[in-house]
Design a protein around this ligand. Structure first.
Ligand code: HEC
Length: 462
């Protein structure tokens, strides 16, 4: 590029910097996810395209489709993108005419649109997709082309839902896994693994076709699972006496060993550095740390009650610093120092004053079940089944930041790779709540299958 061209470009970039730097409007997202909304038929409504097609002038801001074509080509899409931009205030959905005009007045829209009110609520998935695009903060968008999915198992169902976090809609359903328990994704995104309680198998799913390609027999009824960082082994909690962690070789697709652990195992984790396998037992009331290389038990830590979900804090070198351990009957979690192998603190979740109702039914011995640290390491989140909320704490000091109400019996949570959103599975409400980590506000409520519990975030191969 010549110096003068470069200068012009540089000056333009500087001139536009404030808006662009915060919230670029992504053309690819517009082309693949937003444009289809203009052609979609909504029950009883005329399509946006039917009234807004034209040459770009006046209300005709959508290009005419080429006869016979069902969507716009790239040149037409770019023209649509340029004319639609006029109705957008980047970063601010509620100031953007495109989002206010077809939105019902009672839901925050404006008074009248000659084309009608197509969305009755800001929770509408189409509206949410538009809002995410305008905010420019949606995880799926930064990695346009890759498929980031929140993988949601349905514990009382026979299927698994895949949520697209860019639109907060269901992007796929895996069928034929009855009572799915834990989920894990191959690091290369080609496969998903699920423990299958009905068949006592580890089910291997092709990430492209979403078909079950193999059911690997286990040594007993499974609970939760995790995968080695290199993807070569899957570790499966065996939730029946005497208790074990089954080791599955993913290349051979068979069980290669069972590590004996005292007490039925509920959750199994691989530490973030990949060096240890940590197994929590409810019946054995114990946490067992296993050396992943030798499959020998390194150390154990007993608790007064069953060991439930765990999350891990890392040292700068990636090794484990502290573990945050949920315990049966405890409305909070224990803090365990990994180096000294001791419990060093306990954190209790807040009780809510009336009129909040304390729900003690169906908590399955576990008032707080579901815990995780955001990818940036700055906040820790834990759920309350007593009060149907998710609580946030700052890290590393564990100062309470606040709570966010969710659905009934929140059971598990997972973060998007960019750490901006946390997805909370609400087992008693059959939906997943997406919460904005920075503002601690609900951004979407996504209906899934029956009794959604474990979930993970996976980047699937295309
Ligand atoms: C029945 C025809 C019709 C349909 C269907 C329709 N519109 Fe409109 N729309 C209009 C007319 C006419 C106007 C100009 C008058 C007004 O603002 O109400 C308009 C205005 C707008 C504007 C404001 C344009 C400006 O100049 O400020 C936006 C944005 C818009 N429509 C978006 C949509 C979207 C998105 C859809 C589909 C979800 C849609 N419209 C469906 C007829 C329609």
């Amino acid at each position: 590029m010549s110096l003068s061209r470069w200068l012009i470009v540089a000056v333009c970039l500087v001139a536009q910097a404030p808006a662009l730097a915060q919230t670029p409007l992504d053309y690819e997202v517009f082309r693949t996810r937003i444009q289809p909304l203009f052609l979609a038929k909504r029950e009883g409504h005329a399509r946006c395209y039917s009234c807004h097609r034209g040459t770009g002038a006046g209300n005709g801001y959508l290009q005419m489709l080429t006869p016979g074509a069902t969507t716009w080509d790239d040149t037409q899409s770019r023209k649509n993108f340029e004319s639609i931009r006029r109705f957008i205030v980047p970063g601010d959905p509620l100031s953007s005419r495109l989002l206010l005009h077809p939105l019902d007045e009672h839901a925050g829209g404006d008074r009248f649109h000659a084309g009608g009110k197509h969305w009755q609520s800001q929770q509408n998935p189409e509206w949410q997709a538009l809002a995410a695009w305008v905010r420019g903060n949606s995880p799926g968008m930064q990695a346009a082309g890759s498929r980031v999915r929140v993988v949601q198992t349905n514990a009382a169902g026979d299927n698994v839902h895949l949520i697209d976090p860019a639109t907060n809609t269901i992007a796929g359903v895996i069928k034929g896994i009855e009572v799915p328990h834990g989920a894990a994704a191959a690091p290369d995104g080609t496969r998903l693994y699920f423990s299958d309680e009905a068949e006592s198998t580890l089910d291997v799913v092709d990430a492209r076709t979403l078909a079950v390609i193999k059911r690997i027999p286990l040594s007993g009824r499974p609970n939760n699972i995790d995968i080695a960082k290199d993807g070569k082994k899957v570790y499966v909690s065996i939730a029946q006496a005497p208790g074990a962690v089954d080791v599955i070789d993913t290349a051979r697709m068979e069980r290669v060993s069972s590590i004996a652990v005292e007490g039925a195992v509920h959750n199994t984790y691989v530490t973030p550095d990949g060096k240890f396998i940590v197994a929590g037992s409810i019946a054995g009331r114990k946490l067992t740390v296993i050396d992943a290389a030798t499959e020998q038990i390194a150390w154990k830590l007993p608790f007064e009650n069953g060991v439930r979900p765990i999350t891990f804090e890392r040292n700068a070198d990636g090794s484990t610093k502290r573990m945050f351990v949920q315990i049966s009957e405890v409305h909070g979690f224990a803090v365990v120092d990994f180096a000294t192998q001791r419990e060093v603190a306990r954190v209790t979740l807040p009780d809510l004053p009336p009129p909040a109702m304390k729900n003690t039914e169906g908590v399955q011995g576990s008032p707080s079940h579901g815990i995780g640290i955001a990818p940036d390491g700055k906040t820790l989140w834990a759920t309350s089944k007593y009060y149907a909320y998710v609580a946030a704490f700052s890290m590393p000091d564990l100062a309470p930041l606040g709570i966010v109400p969710v659905g009934h019996d929140p059971d598990w949570l997972t973060f998007t790779p960019d750490g901006k959103t946390v997805y909370v599975a609400c087992a008693g409400s059959d939906f997943v709540v997406a919460v904005d980590v920075a503002t601690r506000k609900e951004v979407a409520r996504i209906p899934v299958g029956f009794v959604p519990k474990r979930n993970i975030t996976a980047t699937l191969a295309n």
